[in-house]
Ligand binder design. Structure first.
Ligand code: GSH
Length: 201
């Protein structure tokens, strides 16, 4: 498999999964600052020129959460996805979609605003994104309160890779002060050896 990657991006989730599973892969690191992701060769791999993208034989995938789910299903013996048809599988889909559509877009909006020169930021956009993020974070906080260490069932799965990555991103933006369970959950999971290896060179 070949993973198209850039450090400190959503590509880290896919690399984290590959490391959890111990699957062999070739890493192609793109220099986003140099615009390598905009070159025609890479646009042929990912039509939007984003990372991650994964090639596995004839399969070519984009979207970090889809890649994480694909990898979990590729090595079912690792138990990184609940069995198909189980109640936990339904919850796994639910939290995966919630993370990607109900939480992450608000972080993207807030990051986009933070990247603008101060005079160009839109206070109304920031306020709305923060409110929507907090509303969603409260749902995750409630789920994780009471000592729950993983989102689904009794073991770590691909949905924890995705949601812990999002939690750490939110924490780095100072958004988790009122969400201690979510903050602790993110920190605990990104300390896993596979997550550390995924952050390495
Ligand atoms: N929804 C996509 C988002 C991918 C994405 O936007 N990746 C960013 C890095 S985190 C990127 O490649 N940005 C470069 C660009 O859009 O030019 C996913 O989860 O894979």
């Amino acid at each position: 498999m070949t993973l198209y990657f850039a450090p400190k991006t959503r590509a880290s989730r896919a690399r984290w999964m590959l490391e959890e599973l111990g699957l062999p892969y070739t890493l192609v690191t793109l220099d986003l600052a140099a615009g390598e992701h905009r070159r025609p060769e890479y646009l042929a791999v990912h039509p939007l020129g984003q990372v991650p993208a994964l090639e596995d034989g004839g399969v070519r995938l984009m979207e970090s959460a889809a890649i994480c789910q694909y990898l979990a299903d590729k090595a079912p013996e690792a138990g990184l996805a609940p069995p198909v048809g189980s109640p936990e599988r339904g919850e796994y889909y639910q939290w995966m979609m919630f993370a990607m559509t109900g939480v992450e877009p608000h972080l993207v909006a807030l990051s986009g605003q933070a990247a603008l020169p101060e005079g160009q930021r839109d206070a109304a956009v920031q306020e709305k994104a923060r409110a929507r993020f907090e509303e969603a974070a409260r749902v995750l906080e409630a789920r994780l309160s009471g000592g729950r260490e993983v989102l689904v069932g009794g073991r770590f799965t691909a949905v924890d890779v995705v949601v812990a990555s999002i939690a750490v991103w939110a924490g780095s933006m100072g958004l988790l002060a009122d969400f201690p369970a979510l903050q602790a959950y993110g920190k605990a999971h990104v300390a896993r050896p596979a997550a550390r290896r995924a952050r390495g060179p």
